[in-house]
Design a binder for this molecule. Structure first.
Ligand code: EPU
Length: 297
């Protein structure tokens, strides 16, 4: 059985079986991972991926679980939770491993009077997830202060990508495909700034997020279509507050689906389809998912 071989490589005390994934997601939704491993260092992350490749085990890289919907039936194969969290500040640069929480990265920048990451204030998740999905707000994105990203590629090689190699776009990059390029660390190039100005910028971004719900969610469900807002369209389609099971289109902001307690992934999916259908019907606009669906057909 591949489990035995994998457990020999990763340690039988470290490789867990049938681990519920819901607590590892901000949605609080999803079935179990057949196999689950917490990679506490970059070395462990590389070891886990190489082992999965060698044993031909399908794998999924989990960061902060903030931008995903995991299927109710869970995931076959291995889930590797990235917890490598070393960082270093050198002059106006920050080196951060993929598992550093984004909130921590923002904090480090503030402590060192470094500006450029204010747009990431309040965004959950890890450095790896934020870089792959080019997190940000109000036309400012994390890629604007990225210098380079170190990845593990399919063949097991460690490669340094310059910012321009990453094909950053609105909530996207070539690193978003979970299995072919695994982010190990990133270097951020920031600007020294007066702490008062950093605080003002930070407050501006916090203010922009003040209409967002506090309940469990995966952040924005859809990307904004060009020159419009998914939230505005779903709201105008009359769907605010619509419920399926214990999932609800937030009465506060229509581009958020919230988990009222024990929502199932299938309930969320039903609301996603409903929103897409109504917005298409009413406005002729195709809403594209921002979150990733994991473990669905
Ligand atoms: N609106 C409505 N009804 C709603 C929600 C919004 O009419 O239910 C209207 C607002 O009144 C506003 C417009 O739609 O005129 C845009 O709404 P908002 O300012 O809330 O921003 P957004 O476009 O919905 C984007 C990002 C957020 C980011 C905020 C803050 C996307 C998909 N969303 O939201 O990012 O925090 O701007 O700047 O790009 C995320 O990606 O997960 C996320 C939360």
């Amino acid at each position: 059985m591949f489990n035995n071989k994998l457990s020999k490589i990763l340690g039988s005390d470290r490789l867990k079986k049938n681990v519920p994934l819901a607590p590892h997601t901000t949605f609080g939704i999803g079935g179990s991972a057949q196999l689950f491993y917490k990679a506490k260092t970059s070395k462990e992350l590389i070891k886990a991926i190489k082992a999965a490749h060698k044993l031909k085990i399908p794998y999924f890289i989990l960061g902060g679980g903030s931008n995903i919907l995991v299927a109710d039936r869970g995931l076959a194969g291995l889930v590797v939770k990235v917890q490598s969290s070393k960082f270093k500040v050198q002059s106006y640069k920050i080196f951060a491993e993929a598992g550093v929480p984004l909130t921590k990265l923002v904090e480090i920048a503030q402590e060192h009077s470094l500006s450029g990451l204010e747009c990431c204030i309040g965004i959950p998740g890890t450095v790896g997830g934020a870089v792959a999905g080019n997190a940000g707000a109000k036309n400012q994105w994390i890629n604007q202060c990225i210098k380079s990203v170190t990845i593990l590629d399919k063949s097991g090689k460690i490669i340094n990508l310059k910012k321009d190699d990453c094909q950053f776009g609105y909530r996207s990059s070539c690193l978003r495909d979970n299995s072919s390029k695994i982010i190990l660390k990133a270097i951020f190039e920031l600007k020294r700034e007066n702490p008062k100005i950093i605080k003002e910028k930070t407050n501006k971004f916090l203010e922009a997020r003040s209409n967002q719900p506090k309940e469990k969610s995966a952040g924005s469900i859809f990307k904004n279509p060009a020159n419009d807002s998914a939230g505005r369209l779903i709201d105008a389609a009359g769907l605010k507050g619509k419920r399926v099971g214990e999932a609800q289109i937030s009465p506060q902001h229509a581009n958020f689906i919230i988990n009222l307690g024990r929502a199932k992934a299938k309930d969320v999916l039903a609301l996603i389809k409903l929103a897409q259908g109504r917005v298409r019907e009413k406005f002729g606009v195709e809403l594209e998912l921002e979150i990733q669906l994991i473990g669905f057909n």
